[in-house]
Design a protein around this ligand. Sequence first.
Ligand SMILES: Cc1cc2nc3c(=O)[nH]c(=O)nc-3n(C[C@H](O)[C@H](O)[C@H](O)COP(=O)(O)O)c2cc1C
Length: 133
Amino acid sequence: MNGIEKVYQFLDEASIYYLATIEGDKPRVRPFGTILLHNGKLYIQTGKIKPVSKQIALNPKVEICAFKNGQWLRVAGELVNDDNREVKVAMLEKMPSLKPLYNPDDGNMQMLYFKNATATFSSFTEPSQTINF
Ligand SMILES: Cc1cc2nc3c(=O)[nH]c(=O)nc-3n(C[C@H](O)[C@H](O)[C@H](O)COP(=O)(O)O)c2cc1C
């Protein structure tokens, strides 16, 4: 398994991660669950009408954090909007529970992928491991 696949697997198994954005000079954080590895890119999903989306549009630097089995993962990087329809379809196929809320042509569904990302796995017992993608 390569680095980005390890990051994807951890986030998928953790089910929930917390996404921090910046609004002006304030941090904002909320729970997220959408995660997709597609064509070698790590995607999350949101709605363009949400404050989180507007914050990312103004400042794409974010960090996410998830915890699972005594290990935690932080991924810091920039999010890039991807309006490719095929990526939206792949997200809805992976997480069908999104289907009542979003469709690829609703003008709201948003896919964002990480660039210039640094992922760090940490625990109290093992040295940290860093992966860049
Ligand atoms: C377990 C869980 C997972 C969630 N996953 C997502 C997600 O992947 N994408 C999303 O846009 N909202 C998700 N939400 C809802 C957001 O946390 C919620 O809309 C939040 O208010 C968005 O942040 P904002 O108000 O700053 O825009 C999730 C909520 C919970 C409780």
